[in-house]
Ligand binder design. Structure first.
Ligand code: GTP
Ligand code: MG
Length: 288
């Protein structure tokens, strides 16, 4: 891995501001819903946010399950459940998750209602704080629960820039928050995964190196994805650089003069991963 991929420092000012104000919101909410990407669950969690959660009731939603490898995803769900954390995976774009969430949060809701009854208080809404790194699907999760588009969601990091409370037509109130990245990456491969999945914006890390790293991983763990998507049979005889050239040739990405357009090939491979066109992929496995 090159020095540029190993030493990533990318922590825009708006993230620091968002992280600073998160502490107060954490205090006042009933449940923290942390969204992480089902293709790299642990890499798409921010250690600083994990620490801020403390003992607050906490649930992990692994988004984009439709693009993940089901067998490895199951290992991850069990990994978190074995740690005592409530966790479920979902395709937030096509499966309604309200009932799943309500069932998972039920013990907590009952506890809150009992406390209110004891104090003679009126029922208060259940306050959920939705947090995570950029582009993991926090706003999509909220739109899913609301049953319509109440907040903006798009495949680019940093869409949500400010905290925003959303009232649902039931007992729930949700807080959408801006994505917050880790301040640094002791293990460079985490930054690579975040860039590949679109949580670190495209201009921060070189696409060609990212795509070579991706090819290196896919040829070991998911050779069929490269074979099926691009019709490359002789994977073992090719280097990762040569595979990137082959992808350019197979997709017809050629520069003037006919040589392969590596840059276009790299961007399109990364886009294929992000859009789920390479089949179900997990970029990491739990250490059991
Ligand atoms: N395939 C798939 N795409 C999803 C899913 N959830 C979210 N997305 C897509 O992921 C992209 C990012 O979603 P957002 O909801 O904007 O993510 P966010 O976490 O709010 O991002 P920021 O506000 O930038 O921090 C969008 O293109 C969504 O359509 C899912 O479960 N499956
Ligand atoms: Mg958002």
């Amino acid at each position: 891995m090159s020095e540029q991929l190993k030493n990533v420092h990318y922590y825009p000012g708006h993230m620091k501001k968002a992280q600073d104000s998160l502490a107060n919101f954490i205090k006042s909410c009933d449940l923290i819903v942390e969204i992480a990407d089902a293709r790299a669950p642990e890499s798409t969690r921010n250690p600083a946010l994990k620490q801020m959660i403390g003992n607050k009731p906490h649930l992990i939603v692994l988004s984009k399950s439709d693009t993940s490898d089901p067998a490895t995803l199951n290992l991850w769900i069990n990994y978190y459940r074995n740690q005592g954390t409530i966790c479920f995976a979902a395709d937030l774009k096509s499966v309604k998750v309200f009932n799943i969430l309500r069932a998972q949060a039920q013990p907590l809701i009952e506890k809150k209602r009992e406390k209110e009854a004891k104090l003679g208080m009126k029922k208060q809404p259940i306050r959920l704080l939705i947090m995570g790194i950029p582009n993991v699907g926090k706003s999509t999760f909220i739109n899913n629960l609301a049953g319509k588009n109440v907040v903006k969601a798009a495949n680019t990091p940093g869409v949500t820039r400010a905290q925003q409370w959303i009232k649902l037509p039931n007992d729930f109130v949700l807080l959408d928050t801006p994505g917050i990245l880790p301040m640094n990456y002791p293990d460079g491969s985490q930054a690579v995964r975040l860039a590949l999945l679109g949580s670190i914006k495209e201009s921060v890390l070189p696409n060609e190196e990212l795509s070579i790293a991706l090819i290196g991983y896919l040829r070991e763990e998911y050779p069929f994805s490269l074979k099926e998507r691009f019709g490359i049979e002789d994977l073992r005889e090719l280097t990762s650089d040569e595979i990137l050239i082959k992808i350019a040739e197979k997709r017809g990405f050629l520069l003037q003069g006919g040589s392969p357009d590596i840059s276009k090939s790299a961007i399109s491979l990364i886009r294929d991963l992000q859009d789920g066109n390479l089949g179900g992929i997990c970029l990491e496995k739990p250490r059991c």
